[in-house]
Design a protein around this ligand. Structure first.
Ligand SMILES: Cc1cc2nc3c(=O)[nH]c(=O)nc-3n(C[C@H](O)[C@H](O)[C@H](O)COP(=O)(O)O)c2cc1C
Length: 196
């Protein structure tokens, strides 16, 4: 099926915020103001997590075998969107605000419902398993989700945003309510917003 695609603003690759400052500022943030994120902010965080930084297609985060088993989704009041790293664009995957349902799938954690944006990191084991075998793939894909999540959280800090990595959720419920393909395993939910 062809999905509507919206380009994101070109990533800003030299903001002037030091890595040390972003590392110092990063703190798990669970309360957010109602101020929405701009498309520039959303694009920066997605680019930090999985942006393409090399003509070969390599990304901001390392990947075992340079395979890239992760897929990113954005959940907001406007619907569900899939990040296309090669195009630095968002593809619409469904309308409607699903943040309350996502919160319910995450043990009713309020920060999932109240954040203007929730980044969902998913992994496709088969992409990595054909090369490294199932056991290593499970490990590698989880490690890669950690790299991507930390990149996203540091970018959020550099932008003056807050976020929190969430591991407590029902995988099947998240897959169902986001309409994820059966091979996309949700690994992290990352609510993001302006500190409230
Ligand atoms: C694998 C993992 C899972 C986590 N799951 C949750 C979660 O479900 N809910 C939540 O509020 N915080 C979650 N956190 C965030 C931690 O609670 C937080 O990192 C910790 O309290 C340290 O605080 P800091 O991030 O501000 O340094 C998780 C962190 C990690 C690394």
């Amino acid at each position: 099926m062809k999905h509507a695609t919206t380009p994101l603003p070109a990533p800003i690759v030299d903001s002037g915020v030091s890595l040390e400052k972003a590392l110092t500022e990063r703190r798990s943030q669970r309360t957010f103001s109602s101020e929405p994120l701009t498309t520039t902010e959303v694009g920066q965080v997605l680019w930090a997590a999985q942006g393409v930084t090399d003509p070969s297609g390599k990304r901001t985060a390392p990947s075992a075998g340079a395979i890239g088993p992760l897929e990113l989704f954005v959940v907001s009041a406007d619907g569900v969107f899939h990040y296309l790293p090669d195009d630095h664009a968002l593809e619409e995957r469904g309308g409607g605000d699903r943040r309350n349902a996502l919160s319910a799938a995450a043990a009713d954690q309020d920060q999932v419902a109240t954040a203007p944006v929730v980044l969902v990191v998913t992994g496709i084991l088969a992409r990595t398993a054909w090369k490294f075998g199932g056991d290593r793939a499970w490990r590698y894909v989880n490690l890669e989700a950690g790299h991507a999540a930390q990149n996203a959280l540091l970018m959020a800090a550099a932008l003056g945003l807050g976020g929190v990595p969430i591991g407590a959720f029902d995988d099947n419920a998240v897959m169902d309510l986001l309409g994820l393909p059966a091979d996309h395993r949700p690994l992290y939910l990352i609510p993001l917003g302006h500190p409230g």
